[in-house]
Design a protein around this ligand. Structure first.
Ligand code: FAD
Ligand code: UDP
Length: 374
């Protein structure tokens, strides 16, 4: 068998590249995944109760990229959805990211009013302030507030999720959930926030429905390496695995998902409730908020962070910090030495904490760069 391209991994990265190469260059692609389905970590399916669930954790689509939005809109209709998250602090459920409503939910109105005035004077309305930055404020009241938010929202959640303190990670990690000087309770403020109307898997199936694309599931690429002739490869799995850990294993974090179906219509008041300070889990998400299904039962998913152990669980998160970046760059140098025969892209291969839209943007960029070189 001969194909122009082998693409390893059928997540957003692999599917986008397969679709582009098949439809724009009319070349043959073999897309393979070691899992039994396409979609990578964005895969969804109906469980035995008829609830559409995200097998690898809740996936909410949001982007500021018109290009990504228009590209994906070729393969799905959308259902507008604004994600809301509440965090349990001192027994109260307050909006996360921490905002002016959270302030009033936690503190007496007069005190909250005083802090609000100072926040507005220091930063202005509508501004997002990373917690690590707010802790450096010269204003002692704001430093106190930052310390409170750090301790009650970030510190223990981050220790659970990463087994590290916030300042042991790149600032961008906690910067994903900045303090928001606003009354806007949405988790994201992106221009486009929607869920694929029929789910992610249906979207992937439409992307891959082309005569030039052959999908091979339940197959690790090493099992077929040598059996298939191909011109070039795109590898979207963990980059250290490709090079057989020549520079040692890169650290990843994993999760255990506990799905529970309840006989009530609803379990909680919003899509996700975070538990920064209690329990071994970080958050509970109720699937029906995300998908818009109406059913008498409801399925929730509880996320338990775990160390990643090869062969035992999945490498869900790269661990963004400078020493890991240096470690990853050793692999990047190996990758460059392959002279373009194998290209690496995606959350695992780039070792970057991409959201779905960033994975798609990265894949589209790779395709454009290759197109420019043709
Ligand atoms: P993946 O989806 O990981 O796909 C890689 C694929 O490669 C996998 O299917 C894997 O089985 C396969 N593979 C690896 N090695 C091999 C091999 N040797 N042989 C064959 N196949 C192989 N993003 C958002 O935008 N919004 C969210 O709300 C959101 N929530 C998330 C929640 C969780 C818990 C997690 C873990 C991620 C979340 N993300 C979210 C991020 C999103 O999952 C990623 O951005 C996206 O899935 C990356 O796509 P990818 O194709 O690069 O990687
Ligand atoms: N975070 C936190 N408390 C929260 C929410 C987030 O400490 O209530 C920190 C934590 O370190 C987390 C990071 O911010 O890993 C990014 O959060 P996000 O919700 O973006 O994580 P993801 O959805 O990617 O797991």
């Amino acid at each position: 068998m001969h194909v122009n391209w082998v693409i390893v991994g059928a997540g957003f990265t692999g599917c986008t590249l397969a679709e582009r190469i098949a439809t724009q260059w009319n070349q043959k692609v073999l897309l393979l995944d070691r899992r039994s389905h396409v979609g990578g970590n964005a895969y969804d399916h109906y469980n035995e109760h008829g609830v559409l669930v995200h097998r690898y954790g809740p996936h909410i689509f949001h982007t500021n990229s018109r290009k990504v939005w228009e590209y994906l809109s070729q393969f799905t209709e959308w259902r507008p959805y604004y994600h809301h998250v509440l965090g349990v602090v001192d027994g109260k459920q307050i909006p996360v990211p921490f905002n002016l409503n959270s302030l009033y939910a936690l503190f007496p109105a007069r005190y909250a009013g005083k802090l609000e005035e100072q926040l507005l004077a220091a930063y202005g309305y509508g501004v997002k302030v990373p917690i690590l930055k707010m802790r450096e404020s010269e204003n002692s009241d704001l430093r106190w507030l930052a310390g409170y938010i750090y301790e009650n929202i970030f510190l223990h959640y981050t220790r659970k999720q990463w087994e590290l303190d916030p300042d042991q990670l790149d600032p961008g990690v906690t910067g994903r959930v900045p303090v928001y000087i606003s009354r806007d309770d949405r988790y994201f403020q992106d221009t486009w926030q929607s869920m694929p109307s029929e789910g992610y898997t249906a979207l992937f199936q439409r992307m891959l429905n082309h005569k030039n694309i052959r999908v091979l599931l339940n197959t690790d690429w090493r099992e077929i390496d040598g059996e298939i002739r191909y011109d070039r490869m795109i590898y979207t799995g963990p980059i250290d695995t490709y090079f057989q850990y020549a520079h040692g294993a890169l650290p990843y974090r994993s999760l255990r998902f506990d799905f529970r179906t309840i006989d009530n219509e609803w379990h909680q008041n919003v899509g996700t409730v975070n538990y920064p300070n209690e329990h071994d889990f970080t958050r509970i998400t109720e699937q029906k908020y995300l998908t818009g299904q109406t059913l008498p039962k409801s399925t929730i998913v509880v996320e338990y962070p775990q160390a990643y152990k090869l062969g035992e669980n999945e490498p869900y998160y790269p661990v963004p910090r400078p020493d890991n970046r240096e470690h990853y760059e050793k692999y990047l140098r190996e990758a460059s030495s392959l002279g373009g025969k194998v290209l690496f892209a995606g959350r695992l291969a780039d070792y970057k904490y991409y959201n779905m839209d960033q994975a798609v943007a990265r894949a589209l960029k790779l395709f454009e760069d290759e197109a420019a070189d043709r």
